[in-house]
Design a protein around this ligand. Structure first.
Ligand code: SIN
Length: 481
């Protein structure tokens, strides 16, 4: 692999500050050509127990550091990640497939969570609350919840880790990360840099495995683990939630989405086309906040499609390390088959292909536009997670709001329009945790990322993100006379 600092390429698990080489390993492949790139330690429940024990010891030390001291170590980590951004991005592209520029963007986006929460660590304020009795005084302090189990996905192998780990560490918690079996190398590279940053051993542990279910079970069933933060599919999120219920663990769930993208009659069409492109095709369509259903007002339907199709037909797909490539491969064969079946189901039921529509060699699907979509097609209710734009036509505000909200998911939503009264009405009516108004990209460390309904609960990033890793303690001071 063409990276400057070869020591970032680790294949052992990272537990209690040590690299753990296991005899049993699993293979990691480059999704572009299915060439094997690494054999990674395949941890078991026993290894997870060691990581929990290490995190438990480390918690006694880390949670007693001052916020300033924790902040400084987090800042060291942030700086190291930025210094090594190109190498980290290279590793990310090789194991996940996204184009190098986009991977560099992810590394910086991920690092921004560390920088942000290094600052927030120092602002975990309590309260003094006026009481109802002259005899009592009321104070509130916030304390770290304890050991956190972070289960992270393959679509953002770096940023989804830092988005959980940074607020947890800032709060004074210690963590065990279980990265996706498809993309463990980015997690291990982050661990290598955390080692250099000066975290005490056991504060960050990375348990690599291909048996996600059994490691998930260990994390959710061990009473020392006080919090689970999971990003992934809604079906798996439900399992994590059920398992965590036995011990009433604190849980954050960032699950699937089915984002509507609505273009009203008065919208700036060029801006809407560009926003739709960004939100639909970012990461090849493989994000939870990607546009899933495009609703066009009948008066601008044809104009939008014509402009959008010109853009989509020019997309360059290929190897993420090659210049000019905009979309890489899908992550695996299952993902390709699922999406090809969605296209087949839609076209069998009357959808029209405007662009693409076919599988290409390897794990590629042509960037696709389908129109004449209706709610009887599987694509209406499925999270596409691929480069397929599904277009619906509408003629009234109430009709489109009803269609947009007609989903069990409630993560991201987008719309374009100019009338400010309409903007307020629609933004308030959309049953989603996030609303992009005249923009197709809204993820940023400064804003609360998260969903409602079956898209989960809890918020990541922003001033709210650290609360997910803190307990509130109320102290009642009696006899004050
Ligand atoms: C995700 O797909 O889970 C995260 C996307 C983002 O942070 O924008």
């Amino acid at each position: 692999m063409d990276i400057k600092d070869k020591s970032l390429l680790r294949s052992e698990a990272y537990i209690n500050g040590e690299w753990i080489k296991k005899e049993t390993t699993f293979s990691v492949y480059n999704p572009y050509n299915q060439v094997k790139i690494a054999e990674v330690s395949d941890c078991t429940q026993v290894d997870t127990e060691s990581a929990i024990t290490a995190a438990d010891h480390a918690f006694q030390i880390w949670s007693n550091y001052t916020a300033n001291k924790r902040s400084r170590i987090l800042q060291n980590w942030y700086k190291l990640i930025i210094e090594n951004a190109t190498d980290l991005a290279h590793i990310l592209t090789i194991e996940q497939g996204k184009p190098l520029q986009e991977a560099i963007g992810e590394i910086k986006y991920g690092a921004s969570y560390i920088e942000w929460f290094a600052e927030e660590a120092k602002r975990v304020y309590g309260d003094v609350i006026p009481g109802q009795s002259r005899k009592n005084r009321i104070t509130v302090i916030k304390q770290p919840v304890g050991i956190v189990g972070a289960i992270t996905p393959w679509n953002f192998p770096s940023a989804m880790i830092t988005r959980k780990v940074a607020p947890a560490l800032a709060a004074g918690c210690t963590v065990i990360v279980k990265p996706s079996e498809f993309t463990p190398l980015s997690a291990l590279a982050l661990a290598e840099l955390s080692d250099r940053a000066g975290f005490p051993k056991g504060v960050i542990n990375i348990v690599t495995t291909k048996d996600a279910a059994s490691i998930g079970q260990s994390l959710t069933s061990n009473s020392k683990v006080k919090k689970i933060s999971f990003t992934g599919s809604t079906p798996v999120g439900k399992i994590v939630l059920k398992q965590s219920a036995d011990q009433i663990k604190k849980v954050t769930l960032e699950l699937g989405g089915n984002a509507p993208f609505i273009v009203f009659a008065d919208a700036d069409i060029d801006a809407a086309v560009s926003g739709c492109y960004d939100s639909k095709f970012r990461n090849g369509g493989q994000t939870c906040v990607c546009t899933n259903r495009i609703f066009l007002h009948e008066s601008i339907h044809n104009e939008f499609i014509e402009k959008f199709a010109t853009k989509v037909k020019s997309i360059k797909t290929g190897y993420g390390l090659d210049k000019g490539v905009e979309i890489g491969p899908m992550i695996n064969e299952d993902a390709v088959i699922k999406d090809i079946n969605l296209i087949k189901d839609a076209t069998n039921k009357g959808a029209k292909v405007i662009a693409g529509g076919m599988r290409k060699k390897g794990l590629f699907i042509e960037p696709t536009i389908l129109c004449n979509i209706d709610s009887n097609m599987d694509i209406f209710s499925s999270e596409i997670f691929g480069p397929i734009a599904a277009i619906y036509k509408f003629n009234s505000e109430s009709e489109v709001i009803e269609m947009a909200n007609n989903t069990k998911y409630g993560l991201a939503s987008y719309f374009y329009g100019r009338d400010y009264a309409l903007i307020w009405r629609v933004a308030e009516a959309l049953e989603f945790g996030m609303v992009g108004i005249n923009t197709g990209l809204m993820s940023t460390v400064t804003a609360p990322f998260g969903g409602i309904k079956e898209s989960g609960f809890g918020r990541e990033g922003s001033k709210y993100g650290i609360d997910e890793y803190l307990n509130i303690k109320y102290m009642c001071w009696g006899g004050v006379e």
